[in-house]
Design a protein. Structure first.
Length: 332
């Protein structure tokens, strides 16, 4: 089915496909026996705001912005159930799809409908449209900030970016990205020297444009620094740290997603290693760094958390050397 044959009907066809996919997914998840995993933490907070009382927000790791938003939608329905809360969550998440479509059009991409559907049907994305998790609402606000940045609405983009940080703290990275995109995209720079040239008036104009993004990043970073933590609740398990093990997990995920590509180019890789034996030195050095820096420092990473496969996998590999070492191959 080619959704792009008639460009005029493309948004309509895309909307219909999204409705079908989301309705099907919501129906399945609504029939689950009870709440799933972290929904058990978010549900009491949402219920508290719905009932007009302030919940104990220190039980959750994020500010209660998301929970207040879901409670407001539930107020419209006038009743509460966790499936209705999931529906409210789905309604709040929907704008991310047209936002992504508009970003693709703004960047003059082709087959924008396919791009949106690819995002929607991604296995690590689709279920969270219908579960009480902050991931998609936070991503929706970050995507909105990026769209506003492309539209050159910098102050509004920074404001939405601040709201996205209040929904999920790591979105600070995306606000910084928006600022960097504006700064490096404002004027032509031929070298690093041009970037740091304080006499260049265009650089100062670019700095003026990114002022709202810088302000939001500084305020958020200052709050995190003063609190000596990013998380609101359960702070002991969410300390500020730099853990390469997370990067290794991302690399492994990328390896699995692009496995056909890797299989196709395996012979070329070995041919390259044969022609350029010096690369083996970097492979050995990488293996040493990987072995010395792979750790299982987060208390949630244990063999008891079988529901969270990534955490279980991290715990398993942290102490089984015979499994951990071959796992270096995808990262290499």
């Amino acid at each position: 089915m080619d959704l792009s044959k008639n460009s005029g009907s493309e948004p309509v066809n895309l909307a219909l496909m999204c409705v079908i996919v989301l309705t099907f997914t919501y129906t399945i998840l609504a029939n689950l026996p009870g709440l799933m995993a972290d929904e058990g933490f978010h549900n009491p907070e949402i219920m508290g705001f719905f009932q007009g009382r302030i919940p104990k927000v220190w039980h959750i790791t994020v500010p209660p912005v998301y929970h207040m938003a879901i409670a407001l939608v539930l107020k419209v329905f006038g009743t509460y159930s966790y499936n209705l809360a999931r529906l409210s969550h789905l309604i709040i998440c929907l704008p991310i799809l047209p936002f992504l479509y508009l970003i693709a059009k703004e960047l003059k991409f082709e087959k924008n409908d396919y791009r949106v559907l690819l995002f929607l049907t991604c296995p690590i994305v689709l279920p969270f449209f219908s579960l009480l998790y902050t991931d998609i609402p936070a991503a929706m606000l970050a995507v909105a900030a990026i769209l506003l940045t492309l539209k050159k609405q910098y102050w509004l983009a920074a404001l939405v970016g601040a709201l996205s940080i209040a929904t999920r703290q790591p979105n600070l990275v995306w606000v910084a990205f928006c600022g960097a995109y504006v700064f490096f995209g404002s004027v032509e720079r031929r070298s690093f020297k041009d970037v740091i040239d304080y006499r260049n008036r265009e650089n100062w104009r670019a700095i003026g444009k990114i002022a709202p993004f810088v302000g939001v990043c500084l305020i958020a970073s200052g709050i995190f620094y003063l609190r000596d933590n990013v998380a609101i609740g359960d702070a002991g398990s969410h300390e500020v740290s730099f853990n390469l093990s997370n990067l290794y997990m991302f690399l492994l995920t990328s390896f699995v997603i692009f496995l056909p590509y890797h299989i196709f180019y395996t012979l070329r890789v070995f041919r390259l290693l044969k022609e350029q034996p010096l690369i083996w030195l970097f492979v050995v050095a990488g293996l040493l760094i990987y072995s010395l820096t792979y750790s299982n420092s987060h208390p949630y990473n244990s063999q008891d958390t079988t529901f969270f496969l990534a955490k279980y996998y991290s715990a398993l590999h942290s102490f089984i050397c015979m499994v951990k070492t071959p796992r270096f191959y995808p990262h290499g």
